[in-house]
Design a protein around this ligand. Structure first.
Ligand SMILES: CC(C)(COP(=O)([O-])OP(=O)([O-])OC[C@H]1O[C@@H](n2cnc3c(N)ncnc32)[C@H](O)[C@@H]1OP(=O)([O-])[O-])[C@@H](O)C(=O)NCCC(=O)NCCSC(=O)C[C@@](C)(O)CC(=O)[O-]
Length: 295
């Protein structure tokens, strides 16, 4: 692979949503807003703000509406310089997002049944149906939609995932109008070989890597290597979370995402631009670690 200084990778920061959603201690709305503001100041230009989901399922996201009403968030939403997706599982979540001026949402499905039931309380096909309704309405209103497919390598309840299941779900999301599909190694059991095999399989079946993002959890310290494997296969969008926060409440022993500061340092050191201020990001990561230590 030839790496030139004109190479670029786009980072989608998922810290305020995926990063925080599995933390049991309550994090105040002000602290969440502070995190979002700091991330923006680091130069991140795609920040997943929150999710509008059941407060019983994910208590940490219960203040999504309050967060979206914040004056600074409203100003950020009014500008077009930062993409600020909000995760929604159904039309109800979409309606709330829309009413608060959200210009981008993310819908999420699983490649596997066990996780779909645990996460969304419905089958994969039902989840696709809900996503389709949401995407149709969003598209009519000019709201951009990102899609996620979870459990690309393994499901915590069903075991290994068939690549054909991933392909089918990716196609469905793209066909319904998602501009990009983020592939979630939800358990973090992937490795660079598995990433290459899956991405080549998707490419072989006509999926363009320009419409794919990588979302790697770091359970076995493979997330950075997996990000590189994805990059080598042509993926130019990678999800990560400052401080390596993250995990899904419906994955037993879930571990964090690839840390944004690790991703940025590794790619910048290899001459691949991220547009992010490394020093400011390190400062924010230290702030996050301090915050969680204090509890
Ligand atoms: C999808 C449901 C709601 C279905 O839940 P359900 O029980 O099938 O649906 P329901 O319609 O019967 O609603 C249950 C309760 O949720 C409420 N409700 C219903 N919809 C909403 C909404 N939009 N916003 C707020 N509240 C809502 C509804 O009002 C009701 O409230 P209650 O009567 O219990 O007080 C539920 O299963 C849920 O919220 N699940 C949360 C899933 C979640 O957030 N998971 C974590 C994110 S996914 C992830 O982390 C993976 C990813 C994306 O990062 C990629 C990767 O790593 O793989």
């Amino acid at each position: 692979m030839t790496v030139t200084t004109s190479s670029f990778v786009r980072i989608v920061e998922v810290g305020p949503r995926d990063g925080l959603q599995n933390i049991s201690q309550w994090i105040s709305t002000d602290t969440k807003l502070d995190l979002i503001y700091r991330l923006e100041c680091c130069g991140l230009r795609a920040i997943e703000l929150t999710s509008i989901v059941s407060h019983r399922a994910v208590p940490q996201m219960a203040d999504a509406t309050k967060l979206l009403q914040d004056v600074h968030v409203q100003k950020m939403l009014a500008k077009s310089s930062v993409r600020l997706p909000v995760l929604v599982p159904n039309l109800r979540g979409f309606e709330i997002a829309r009413a608060h001026g959200v210009k981008e949402i993310a819908v999420f499905i699983s490649a596997t049944e066990g996780f779909s039931q645990a996460n969304l309380n419905c089958s994969c096909d039902e989840a696709v149906g809900r996503a389709r309704e949401v995407v149709a309405q969003a598209r009519q209103l000019g709201i951009a939609v990102r899609g996620y497919v979870s459990c690309i390598f393994e499901d915590p309840y069903d075991g290994p995932t068939e690549p054909s299941s991933v392909l089918g779900r990716v196609r469905e999301l793209l066909d319904m109008g998602c501009y990009e599909v983020s592939l979630g190694d939800t358990l973090g059991t992937g490795n660079p070989t598995a990433v290459r095999v899956l991405l080549r399989y998707l490419q072989y079946h006509g999926i363009s890597m320009t419409s794919i993002a990588g979302h790697f959890h770091d359970t076995y310290n493979q997330a950075l290597a997996n990000a590189w494997a994805a990059y080598e296969c042509g993926v130019r969008t990678l999800d990560s979370s400052v401080g390596g926060l993250g995990g899904c409440p419906f994955v037993p022993h879930a571990r964090g995402n690839l840390a944004t500061e690790t991703l940025v340092a590794s790619f910048e050191n290899a001459g691949i631009a991220t547009g992010i201020n490394k020093e400011a990001l390190e400062g924010t990561a230290a702030w996050v670690r301090d915050l969680l230590r204090k509890g």
